[in-house]
Design a protein. Sequence first.
Length: 327
Amino acid sequence: MPQIAFAGTFAASLAPQVRQRLGAGYDIVVDDEAGIVAHLPGVDMLVTLAFNRAMGAAASRLKLVQVPGAGLDRIDRSALPAATWLANAYGHDTGIAEYIIGAMLATQRSFGRLDARLRTGAWDSQWATDAPPPPPWPELAGKTLCILGYGHIGQALARRARAFDMDVRALRRDVSGGADETLSFLGGPQSLPELLACADYLAVTLSLNQETRGLLGAPELALMKPSSILINVARAEIIDEDALYRALAEGRIAGAALDVWWRYPAGAGPTLPSRQPFHTLPNVLMTPHVSGWTEGMLDARAAIIAENIQRVARGERPVNLIAPQAA
């Protein structure tokens, strides 16, 4: 009977749905990332966000490392045993695209501030009788959305943004296929300065790797319009933490919606997500890495994981294959 291990909190949250899809005939083990190492000598397939040398040394019969997400930044590929498949999972594109649309509206229209003010009886609108009307709100229609990273998420976002009559432009590493009908422009890495300069909204949906780590620093942020909004749903490390804080604090860009962070909880109690005080800035919308946490994402990933377990058990290649063996 194949033994399937789920390592870590997120992988464990998918285990019940995967078990239900698999049915009988599989032995399921669930533990944290450190505790799973003791189980690995008997494990055939491992579902985990992280893979390290301790795991690789203990895994004597491992056939598949299945990442329950898209990101591979915690996977040490050099630690994979020879002939072990590495695959990832998507299914988060719809939820994250919807989050970005909502973030553009929320940051530009100040829903949270207006709600809080009206609860005190203050009418910050054209209906106030004791103050002149505020400037009219900008609309998404006609604005330029620039997407850094045009994969599953970027494409889902572009389709939705076009429905708002936005001008959508994108950047990705490989542009050989050309732009699809939702884009007015698709450029390679050399087009980054051009996209930064024209963006009313900048959505970061890139994978974190050696090329993208620190991609947006002070010089890049300085190219953006003072009226622009930055939205990061990818990885915090793509943007220089200090440079972004200064740009927001000094008003050199109008605002940001940040769903990914430089600090995450390591134990019980409150955890501020950055060493910079982003939480003091009124022009920042902060969310705790929830943009992809949707019903559809959980269902889609459970389906992909179950399918890959069944495929590998039959001796077939998994879908979303990243590497057939250690590099």
